[in-house]
Design a protein around this ligand. Structure first.
Ligand code: GLC
Length: 734
């Protein structure tokens, strides 16, 4: 009897399985599921998938049980829920997230394994919140220190940004959440961002502005890419033939979806024909503010359906878009291994703290004034608005509703405990800012700020303290580190320079802590005994900063971008390109961005790309190579010993730069082509090895339209920063 039952059951089981449509069979290959679902869909269902149905979602196919796609900002945490058709928060009570450090801080760790952990953690938060597309990370290259969104990106160097974005993407996607790498491409400023037409050489495009996106796609296997607002070759990048079809989908074999930036679509035929798959954030006819988002009027909604019905667009072209969207769904929401995620967890907070601690950069530490010896320091004065100003809100679309946020002042108080008296004075104040994403938010009342009185109060208090911790920098207010506009100066705002100078005069033991996502000018740099770049470090910012200040953590961060002494030391400003005339901007600095420019012009930076000190010291030995000649098909192994010659454990980022001694086209003096972060106990020595192959030697010849490598002599430069080269060795390519 039993056997009969088993046979009956298994027959019916097989029958059931046989009746299950392939697209619903979790064990079927994704591509089979895509094709099966596609052939079941109507024309209207296909078109509906290609555009938003709400602020952050697009249609599934309810009839077939195919779920919607839900997107969410952003690169540093999962944005609070917003109302269906508004930017305003929906005031949920269960969407307060862990805020991770800004991506400049992640880049400053120079630690790809932390980038993977970052991606995994933020992906868990997105998965738990039922978002299958995370609108991040951003990897636009830091071309000008004025760009309001540099804090969301990974610095000025394409090699570093590439090395850090790949593990972030795979970490996010390990949760069945798509990383949507943005903003593709050439979105290197916020001023005129909606329409500025960028002109740049093919060489600079391929050597500087595309590599991080290419790495995200080809190595990180990113499932989504967001087109940017600006134009390139006179076409908006959210529907750009050259970038989306020729390069991304054809040359790079991208099989994911292209998503417009919100409001980045301006024309139906361009959107349909130039590689766009999903349209979001359009204002109805795409040109006027004010009209509410009428989703059927989207460029890829009824207008697209009309084109199809009039045979002015092919269903085959539509099918390619829908295949990509279905692939996204079967990789995420309908994946057979769909994860559950986790949200607001202590583990995620600990991850954020670890990244923050490793990203903080000790820029200057004369006479080892840091770390603070809590046994001998009884009166600590904390000065500056950024010691307690929230940095998790504002800044534009990356603004977040934090589960909690430890301010620097709180972190210092928690760490010092009863061992020291902590006093706080503002010292300076920024004007009140309007709350972002809050319905009916009031314009802030004008407030008279007596900067001199604030300054004098702080200066007087400084005389009484054992040590002064000035905590200032920029903030997320518009015109600072904020989306939608750029800074107007390299200088610190709110008269902070005068305050810092006064504090140092009143108490030479004044530590300057800058919280920012951009470089700032430091006219007081020679008077300040110690300077720290502390980034926007999110939920655990205060604890991470205190850990470094009091020496629980030995700082190991290295700058992901140059701090120029003055704006004119930056190529985009020296050549007068930035910000363009409102219509066009030519990147005349070309490939000479960041340290590449300063090297070319022989300018000393205030603080160099790759610079960062430690509470210990490192000694570099001589580099050795296994050969001094190589063909293009071979590689050279370079090794160098590094010793911790200090008294405490510390991490060092050993950097490899390549110098091409002779080339047909001009090349930067040096380019980052490798780095290794090593942890050494006091007195410990390690051998660090690098493999140099032709990929480290090539450059893009835009005359030939290809990457080329030229024989001849090269030098490998090993350094602790781009300006602190410890050893050079020559080798030849033949
Ligand atoms: C914004 C940003 C983009 C963001 C999107 C949705 O304008 O440019 O980074 O993901 O719109 O908020």
């Amino acid at each position: 009897m039993k056997r009969i039952l088993i046979i009956l059951f298994s027959v019916s089981g097989i029958a059931t399985l046989a009746q299950t449509p392939i697209y619903l069979n979790p064990n079927a290959p994704v591509e089979d599921r895509v094709e099966d679902a596609l052939q079941r869909m109507t024309l209207e269902e296909k078109v509906a998938m290609t555009h938003a149905q709400s602020k952050f979602s697009s249609s599934g196919v309810p009839r077939l049980g195919i779920p919607e796609n839900w997107m969410s900002d952003g690169p540093h945490g999962v944005r609070a829920e917003v109302l269906w058709d508004e930017w305003y928060g929906a005031n949920w009570t269960n969407d307060s997230c862990i805020v991770f450090p800004a991506l400049t801080a992640l880049a400053a760790t120079w630690n790809p394994s932390l980038a993977e952990l970052y991606g995994k953690s933020i992906g868990e938060e997105a998965r738990y919140r039922n978002k299958n597309v995370l609108l991040g990370p951003g990897v636009n290259i830091y071309r000008t220190p004025l760009n309001g969104r540099n804090f969301e990106y990974m610095g000025e160097d394409p090699f570093l940004a590439s090395a850090m974005v790949v593990p972030y993407v795979s970490g996010v996607q390990s949760n069945n959440v798509a990383a949507c790498v943005k903003h593709f491409a050439l979105n290197n400023q916020e001023k005129y961002r909606d329409y500025i037409n960028v002109t740049v050489s093919e060489r600079a495009l391929h050597e500087i502005y595309l590599p991080a996106f290419k790495a995200a796609v080809q190595q990180g296997k990113a499932w989504a890419i967001m087109g940017s607002y600006n134009r390139y070759k006179q076409q908006h990048c959210s529907h750009n033939q050259y970038l989306l079809n020729d390069i991304l989908k054809k040359e790079w074999n991208f099989d994911g979806v292209t998503v417009s930036d919100w409001g980045g679509v301006h024309d139906t035929k361009e959107a349909v024909n130039n590689g766009l798959d999903m349209e979001f954030g359009t204002w109805t006819n795409g040109m006027n503010f004010g009209k509410s988002n009428a989703y059927d009027e989207y460029f890829m909604a009824q207008p697209y359906l009309n084109l199809l019905k009039n045979k002015e667009a092919s269903e085959e072209q539509l099918n390619d878009k829908v295949r990509r969207i279905l692939r996204l769904i079967f990789r995420t929401n309908m994946s057979s291994e769909r994860k559950y995620g986790s949200f607001g967890s202590p583990e995620h907070a600990a991850t954020g703290r670890k990244i923050a601690e490793e990203g903080i950069v000790l820029l200057q530490n004369n006479n080892n004034i840091l770390p603070i010896d809590i046994e001998k320091t009884k009166k600590i004065l904390v000065v500056g608005e950024n010691a307690l100003k929230s940095m998790t809100v504002g800044g534009g679309s990356s603004s977040l509703k934090a589960k909690y946020e430890i301010s620097p002042l709180e972190g210092i108080r928690l760490r010092a405990g009863d061992n020291a008296e902590i006093k706080y004075v503002a010292g300076y104040e920024s004007p009140p800012a309007k709350e972002q994403d809050v319905k009916d938010a009031k314009e802030p009342q004008y407030k008279e700020i007596d900067a001199e009185a604030l300054r004098n109060e702080a200066t007087a208090a400084a005389q009484e303290a054992d040590i002064v911790l000035f905590i200032g920098g920029l903030n997320k207010n518009s015109g600072q580190d904020c989306e939608g506009d750029d800074r107007i100066s390299l200088d610190l705002p709110y008269e902070q320079d005068a305050l810092i100078s006064n504090l140092i005069k009143a108490n030479p033991k004044t530590i300057v802590i800058i919280i920012s996502g951009n470089a700032v000018a430091m006219p007081w740099v020679n008077q300040a005994p110690a300077i720290i770049e502390a980034w926007y470090n999110g939920t655990e910012a205060g604890n991470a900063l205190a850990s470094v200040l009091f020496g629980d953590v030995n700082p190991s961060g290295k700058l992901p971008f140059t701090f120029p002494v003055r704006l004119q030391d930056n190529g985009a400003h020296a050549l007068g390109d930035y910000p363009g005339d409102g219509e066009n901007e030519t990147y005349k600095d070309d490939i000479f961005v960041g340290y590449r420019w300063l090297d070319k012009e022989n300018i000393n930076p205030l603080f160099a790309f790759g610079h960062g000190l430690s509470y210990t010291t490192f000694d570099y030995g001589k580099a050795k190579t296994d050969k001094t000649k190589m063909t293009a098909g071979e590689q050279i192994t370079l090794s160098i010993s590094v010793k911790n010659t200090g008294t405490r454990e510390g991490a060092e980022v050993v950097q490899l730069y390549i110098h091409d001694k002779k080339s047909t086209l001009p090349r930067p003096v040096k380019e980052l082509k490798g780095f290794k972060k090593i942890l050494l106990k006091a007195d410990e020595e390690q051998i660090v090895t690098f493999t140099i192959d032709k990929n480290a030697l090539v450059y893009y010849d835009d005359g030939k339209g290809e990457w080329i490598v030229e024989s001849g002599e090269f030098e490998a430069w090993i350094g602790s920063s781009s300006a602190d080269i410890k050893y050079k060795t020559v080798f030849e390519l033949y």
